[in-house]
Design a protein around this ligand. Sequence first.
Ligand SMILES: Nc1nc2c(ncn2[C@@H]2O[C@H](COP(=O)(O)OP(=O)(O)O)[C@@H](O)[C@H]2O)c(=O)[nH]1
Ligand SMILES: [Mg+2]
Length: 249
Amino acid sequence: MPTHAYHGRLSVVVPVKNEQDNVEPLVREIAAALDGRAEYEILYVDDGSTDATQARLVALKTEFPMLRVIRHRASCGQSRAVTTGVTAARHEWIATLDGDGQNDPADIPALLERLADPAQPANLELIAGWRSKRNDTTVRRLSSKIANGVRARLLKDNTPDTGCGLKLFARATFLALPNFDHMHRFLPALVLRNGGAVVSVPVHHRARERGTSKYGIHNRLWVGIVDLAGVAWLQRRACLPVIEPDSDL
Ligand SMILES: Nc1nc2c(ncn2[C@@H]2O[C@H](COP(=O)(O)OP(=O)(O)O)[C@@H](O)[C@H]2O)c(=O)[nH]1
Ligand SMILES: [Mg+2]
C-alpha cells in the first residue's frame, strides 16, 4: 500500500499565462481523457494573464462544472501558480500539465496506471512525464538536453527529464517541499530529498500550435544555473531520520 493511496480521485492543475486560444481545446481533452476513469476536478490557475484567458475559462464553467478557475491579480510565475492550484486542490493526488497543449492529457491515465502498479515502490510519491521525443525547436531541444545532463549529474535525481509539465504527485508531498520560483523544474530532486520515490514514464510531446513560449535563454538558462546551485545546497542540508518503530506517531 503506497504512503499516499490513490482512491480514484484526481485534481488536475494547469498553470497558464496568456494562453487564450489553448484553454478550450485543452479543457476538452482533459475531460475526454478522464471522463469515466476518475472522479476529478480541473483547476486552472491564471497567473495574471493580460489576454482573454480568464474570460474564456469562466465561459467554459457551465459546460464543464468540474472546472475551477483561480486568478492571481499579477503574475507570480509558473511554480507559484502550481502551488496555488495544489493548495486549493480537493483531492489527494494531483496531475499537472502545461496549459499550452504541448502535453497530451491522454497520457494521464498511463501515469495513473503506473501508480496503481503493485510493482512500484511503496513510497512512490512522484511520477514524472518524460518527453522522449520532443517537439520543439532545435535550440530548445539542445539547451534542454544540456541542462538535463548537467542537472542529472549534479543532483543525481535519477530522472531523464525534469522540465516536463506532465507530472503526477501526492498533494501532501508537494506541499512539504521548499517553495521557490522555478521549483517546478526540480521536483524529482526535492521529492527524493524528503524520502519519496520517483519514477519516469515516457509521454507524448506535441508542438505548440497556438500562443508563444514564455521562456528563453534569460529566464531558463541563467535562472536555471542559480537554481541548480540552490537545489544542490538544499540537498547538502538535508537529513532524513529513520523513525524508530516503537515511536508514538
Ligand atoms: N502561471 C504561469 N504560467 C506560466 C508562466 N510562464 C509560462 N507559464 C505556463 O507554463 C506552461 C509552459 O510554458 P511555455 O511557455 O510553453 O514553456 P515551454 O514549453 O518550456 O517553452 C504554459 O502552460 C504556460 O502558459 C508564468 O509566469 N505563470
Ligand atoms: Mg510549452
